[in-house]
Write a protein that binds this ligand. Structure first.
Ligand SMILES: Cc1ncc(COP(=O)(O)O)c(C=O)c1O
Length: 393
């Protein structure tokens, strides 16, 4: 499926580096995998993973909705053609104006706190509400992305459900939906399924439910030794659990999920060029023309990305530390990675960079954002570069 080196060479030659290259076929294949394993679930793509409008359109055409976390994302989802009825929204620390504006968009809003429920009721933003819950179950590749449990700022805790119901009663609101998201890059099927089981249990506390959203978090393996998420098992057990739930309720309830990374991570590579070399008595540094302002995952989470040399395939392997051009010593893409020693002007491919790559990029140090290029199914290249600030609200 992956286009391999030839098309990446062409992208580097045509557009220069640094450049993000995304493969449309990989995105489509991931969407189809989700449909295969979760056939009766509404999939809402968590667009924070990669919000390039062209990528959003590809995903929408696969029959997938959008999940947004800001007014800017809601505006962009609309621009990319997602209908409000296929869009969901959840966000902590919202202003009243933001909450009212999100409510008026027509998207399904999952309220994140007692304060948001109170605001919703007081401002009469609608008769029906959906609640984001924190059931005490969290998982993910790094503490910063674990969104369930006592250290997480997200959601309404189980202990606060009676108070949430008191507020909804006061304003005559019906709780028709609940949602959770336990964290990002979950590779353990057992933990994910446990969170599903517990949410279905919690659902019985809400007599008017029509909708349950299990969030995102489906992981991909970045490092060679990481085992893959057993999606087949998750899909199979998910179906058993949700079917049993519906039967016990004696009526129809719809289910949703919000994967982001799973859909786009493996489609994307960041191509960078070697511009410098330096040796200390600890590391052999190779400097490249990109930095954590363009791909922050290693600097922020210590994340592993496979890195290949596009210009050189032969030579002894040696530990190499790949450093960026940002003015901070934590600006590294890999530390002591065994690889063929790159030379000046070599192009390196940082793989699995399609999620939380460009979407977390910034102009830190006043560096430009990288270009973005799409490889179509037929292998054609298209510049799909995007200026996110045009949508930020
Ligand atoms: C509420 C919510 N849903 C879905 C996601 C998507 O997570 P992932 O990209 O790991 O699937 C996130 C990620 O932060 C999130 O906060």
């Amino acid at each position: 499926m992956k286009k391999g080196r030839e098309v990446l060479h062409k992208a580097a030659q045509t557009y220069g580096t640094p450049v993000y290259v995304y493969e449309q076929q990989v995105i489509e294949a991931q969407c189809q995998k989700l449909w295969r394993h979760f056939p009766n679930v509404a999939i809402h793509y968590a667009m924070k993973a990669n919000s390039n409008p062209e990528i959003l359109r590809i995903i929408r055409k696969q029959g997938i909705g959008a999940e947004a976390v800001s007014l800017g994302e809601l505006a962009l989802a609309k621009h990319a053609g997602f209908k409000a009825k296929d869009t969901s929204f959840t966000c902590a620390s919202l202003t009243e104006r933001e909450l009212a504006s999100a409510a008026s968009s027509g998207a399904r809003i999952h309220l994140d706190s007692l304060t948001q429920i109170e605001t919703w009721g007081r401002k009469a933003l609608g008769r029906e509400v959906s609640l984001r819950l924190n059931q005490g179950i969290g998982a993910g590749h790094h503490a910063h992305v674990i969104t369930g449990g006592p250290h997480s700022k997200f959601g309404i805790t189980l202990e606060d459900i009676p108070e949430a119901l008191r507020i909804t009663d006061t304003y005559g609101l019906r709780v028709v939906g609940i949602q959770q998201h336990i964290g990002s890059n979950v590779l353990d099927a057992t933990v994910f399924l446990k969170s599903v089981r517990v949410l279905l249990q919690t659902a019985k506390r809400f007599p008017n439910l029509t909708h349950i959203d299990f969030g995102g978090g489906l992981g991909i393996s970045y490092a060679p030794e990481e085992s893959q998420l057993d999606l087949k098992r998750v899909g199979k057990e998910f179906k058993i659990l949700t079917s049993a739930f519906k039967e016990s309720m004696g009526r129809d309830v719809s289910f949703a999920m919000e994967p982001g990374r799973f859909i786009v991570a493996e489609s994307g590579s960041l191509l960078v060029s070697v511009v410098d070399q330096k040796k200390t008595n600890k590391h052999q540094f190779v400097g490249v023309n990109s930095g954590f302002n363009q791909l922050i995952r290693h600097a922020m989470y210590g994340s592993y990305h496979p890195i290949e040399n596009l210009s050189r395939t032969r030579g002894p392997k040696t530990p190499i530390t790949i450093a960026g051009n940002v003015c901070e010593s934590g600006d590294l893409f890999a530390v002591d990675r065994m690889m063929i020693r790159p030379e000046l002007d070599d192009v390196l491919v940082i793989r699995n960079a399609g999620a939380y790559g460009f979407s977390m990029a910034s102009n830190f140090n006043m560096h430009a954002l990288p270009r973005e290029v799409l490889v179509s199914g037929a292998g054609r290249l298209k510049d799909i570069s995007f200026v996110p600030s045009e949508y930020a609200l």
